[in-house]
Design a protein around this ligand. Structure first.
Ligand code: TMP
Ligand code: ASP
Length: 245
């Protein structure tokens, strides 16, 4: 990044820099992959670019469906321009199919289709290991008002409806995903962060039997190999689908 731009924040997978316009930021997507609060770490050449391009396409699609997001445009293949937001310190996870931590913490069998989407809230706090948190605790800690929490829950359910159909078109099952939101300078709530195979579980529907083929960060979390191949496949399917529209 041109050193004219100041680093505002460095996360596990992205760096956020200032922009010439004060109300925007430049987000650089890194090639690093982490899991289990960065206990597991590896670099995958090309992952940053793939996640940036995939996220950009999905944000553009959501914006067309009237979802307010921070996305402004792409500066290049791994730098996204976004509206500056004050990030709400919550990870909003929506699950359509039981997998991952839900199955570790309950007796629900992996792969169970949930009768309705389940929303789990996690506190964004690395020192505390991003704990699962309740609605009452969110209000107790003054993180959000109950009205804003309701707005975020409704936006998340709406995004889920849009994304389930989007991914189904490209033969992917949207198992679960994690979203982050923030406030812009007019106090509007915008969808932030990224939407990519790093924070969505996507299973290939082009399978003859019921075997689970993960095309997402579980390839790294579970040492399955082929992460770049999986992310490239998702990028290719999205581009092919959007070209036919
Ligand atoms: P989980 O089953 O491990 O709770 O993950 C649920 C979803 O949230 C999955 O799509 C991966 C995503 N996720 C993140 O994006 N960041 C995280 O730190 C964690 C734990 C999960
Ligand atoms: N992003 C998380 C981390 O590094 C974990 C995950 O995505 O599973 O810690």
């Amino acid at each position: 990044m041109n050193n004219k731009y100041e680093l505002i924040y460095e996360g596990k997978a992205k760096k956020v820099f200032t922009h010439d316009d004060e109300d925007k930021v430049k987000i650089e997507f890194k090639d690093d992959a982490t899991a289990f609060n960065a206990l597991k770490k590896e670099k995958f050449e090309g992952k940053g670019k793939l996640n940036c391009l995939i996220s950009a396409k999905i944000f553009e699609f959501l914006i067309k469906k009237n979802i307010p997001t921070h996305f402004v445009g792409l500066e290049n293949e791994n730098i996204m321009i976004a509206k500056k937001i004050k990030v709400i310190p919550l990870e909003i996870v929506l699950r359509n199919t039981a997998y991952g931590s839900l199955c570790k913490q309950t007796s629900i069998k992996p792969g169970t289709l949930l009768s309705k989407p389940l929303i789990d809230f996690y506190l964004k706090n690395d020192e505390l290991n991003d704990p699962l948190i309740t609605k009452d605790r969110i209000e107790l800690m003054n993180i959000l008002s109950s009205d804003d929490l309701e707005l975020i829950v409704n936006l998340t359910l709406n995004i889920n409806e849009i994304l389930i159909r989007f991914f189904k078109n490209i033969k992917l099952q949207l198992v679960d995903f994690k979203l982050e939101f923030g406030y812009d300078d007019r106090n509007n709530i915008l969808l932030g962060d990224e939407i990519s195979p790093d924070n969505c579980r996507l299973w290939d529907l082009n399978q003859k039997n019921d075997t689970i083929v993960s095309l997402d960060k579980d390839r790294f979390r579970k040492d399955l190999g082929g992460l770049i191949e999986a992310y490239s496949e998702i990028h290719r399917r999205i581009n092919d689908f959007l070209q036919t529209k």
